[in-house]
Design a protein. Structure first.
Length: 540
């Protein structure tokens, strides 16, 4: 799943591209379907043509069997009867071996005509001529029965339109035409309208094995499959919809996963006690004493891996489990640090609290019920409110802060300088401690503007009687600088990283022998339990 999240855009693009496959498949299916139908139409056309020519040949054979081969009046009578009987033949005639018409069923008078091209069947019994009537310019197919020994022959004229089928879809609409030609390409005629109006054509050409005539069928794809265009449009719309749905899924699933799927995992971890406190010492940089610690949560997985909070705190906060987590950390801290802190009443422990805590009295109740009567005094508890996020309801936050201060706790404003509140949170929330963010500590030597801001904060803290802690101190020269401008408390890798409880306790024992005499501490003296902040004095 993590992999899917990381590559979600690639996954989205791949899945959208995959939707093109059905569209390509549909297009190719329609093409194949169209080709199959035009082939059927062409076979049907050549079949009809062969059938008509075959019937004509039968009529010619019947007349030949009656020895009709002269232009005598009686034989012309027979030709005329033959035309009537066939219902298909336009004209019967006697032609000389060169193909010139000697007489027709209408007698000796007939329209002048040209033979444009001819082809013979392979057994040389039948000749197909393309004949043009000179008076009407009409082009017809002439079927000639080849007689042996250069004798006059019987011939029949056929209108091509009668030979070729109309090319229709579902028998209802013209969707193309059939064209008939001799093998050499000489056109004989066309059924339907030969048109170039159609955008795309499906073309099939078939030659008759019997007589050699060539039929070419041209069809419009949209006519071949009744709803070709509709199908294609539906295919495109469906594909687009599927693509959109896939895209949404590809983007929503990781989001959904973040929102919901991990929650049971965090819930389980919380119940299993895998979310544990680590302690980062906060040091008095003048006396070198350990003032206390900030509690930083760690997820200790069953396999022993330690996960830092950046990876799960946002989820804990958005899932509403943050109240449970803070409660659990406070209880664990009570157990782990209770005796150590009881011996050192001037030390404190700081908890990070989320904006959610500042909405109602839950935090107040939790802090009260967990620390009241415990070995950690309420005066040893500091709650860190971050300036990073905007607080939804400033006056509610102010009320919660005042209430926990009334219990005896102190409140620190965390990450000062990173949020958008400017000085307003410092002034409005009534906090006790300012924690200057690491970015200011880092910029101490390089950025005069940030230097000025830090100095302003030091002045402000001094005027408002607030304590300052510098965060993320990594180098000794930063310590020297901070000390120089009047900052007395700091936290950072320079002193120690966040430590597991046992190590932090050992550190306390090694560094800070039980402070029998208080007042050495660089932090303001904690207020008494019903304490008012006004009584506090700044000692640093
Ligand atoms: P934060 O409250 O600003 O905590 C300070 C962070 O800076 C900690 O990161 C700490 O390990 C790190 N840090 C301390 N000294 C140095 C240093 O010298 N150099 C550098 N580069 N980093 C230093 P961590 O433990 O990963 O915690 C990150 C954030 O997660 C915390 O920032 C805090 O906002 C949040 N967080 C941690 N524990 C809790 C918790 O129990 N509840 C809530 N609501 N948030 C928590
Ligand atoms: Ca903090
Ligand atoms: Ca911080």
């Amino acid at each position: 799943m993590g992999l899917f999240q990381r590559y979600k855009w690639i996954a989205a693009l791949v899945s959208v591209s995959l939707t093109a496959i059905p569209l390509l498949w549909l297009t190719s299916w329609l093409q194949t379907q169209g080709e199959a139908e035009v082939a059927i139409a062409a076979r049907w056309s050549i079949g009809l043509t062969d059938f008509a020519i075959g019937r004509t040949v039968n009529h010619l054979n019947a007349l030949a069997a009656q020895n009709v081969d002269t232009c005598q009046a009686s034989q012309i009578q027979q030709l005329r009867r033959g035309v009537f009987a066939s219902g298909l033949i336009s004209e019967l005639s006697i032609v000389d071996p060169a193909g010139h018409t000697l007489c027709t069923d209408t007698g000796n008078t007939f329209a002048a005509r040209d033979v444009i091209a001819s082809t013979a069947t392979s057994d040389r019994t039948i000749m197909l001529d393309v004949v043009r009537l000179l008076d009407t310019n009409e082009q017809l197919l002439r079927v000639r029965r080849l007689a042996p020994n250069r004798e006059p022959m019987l011939a029949a004229l056929l209108r091509p339109a009668l030979l070729l089928p109309q090319v229709m879809s579902d028998g209802s609409a013209f969707v193309g035409y059939a064209r008939m030609a001799l093998p050499d390409g000489t056109p004989i005629g066309t059924s339907g309208t030969e048109t170039s109006l159609y955008e795309e054509y499906l073309v099939k050409r078939i030659q008759s094995a019997l007589y050699g005539a060539v039929v070419t069928v041209v069809m419009q794809p949209s006519g071949v499959i009744a709803n070709y265009d509709d199908l294609r449009r539906i295919g495109m719309v469906v594909t687009a919809l599927v693509a959109i749905v896939l895209l949404l899924f590809a983007l929503i699933i990781p989001w959904h996963y973040r929102q919901h799927s991990s929650t049971p995992e965090i819930e389980r971890a919380l119940a299993a006690g895998e979310l544990i406190p680590y302690y980062q010492p906060i040091v008095d940089i003048v006396s070198g004493k350990v003032l206390g610690a900030e509690v930083l949560v760690r997820w200790k997985k069953p396999d022993g891996t330690i996960v830092t909070p950046g990876a799960f705190i946002p989820l804990v906060e958005s899932s509403g489990l943050i109240l449970d987590l803070t409660r659990s950390l406070m209880r664990q801290v009570c157990n782990e640090l209770g005796p150590t802190m009881q011996e050192r009443p001037d030390t404190y422990v700081a908890f990070n609290i989320a904006p959610r805590h500042l909405k109602d009295a839950v935090l107040l109740n939790d802090v009260g019920s967990i620390f009241e009567g415990s070995s950690i005094r309420l005066s040893q508890v500091v709650l860190e409110v971050t300036e990073r996020y905007e607080l939804e309801n400033l006056s509610a936050a102010r009320r919660v802060i005042a209430a926990v201060q009334a219990l005896g706790c102190r409140v620190a404003l965390d990450d000062v300088g990173t949020g958008h509140s400017g000085l307003s949170y410092i002034l409005k929330l009534g906090i006790d401690i300012i924690k200057i963010d690491k970015i200011f500590v880092d910029a101490i030597k390089t950025d005069p503007q940030k230097q000025a801001i830090v100095k302003t904060l030091v002045d402000l803290a001094s005027n408002l009687n607030l304590k300052i802690v510098a965060e993320g101190v990594e180098q000794f020269e930063q310590v020297t600088y901070l000390r120089g401008i009047g900052i007395t408390a700091a936290q950072g890798y320079c002193f120690a990283p966040p430590l597991p409880a046992s190590m932090f306790v050992q550190l306390m024992q090694a560094f800070d022998k039980p402070a029998k005499s208080s007042g050495q501490n660089a932090l303001p003296a904690p207020p008494n339990v019903n304490g008012s902040a006004a009584k506090r004095t700044k000692t640093a």
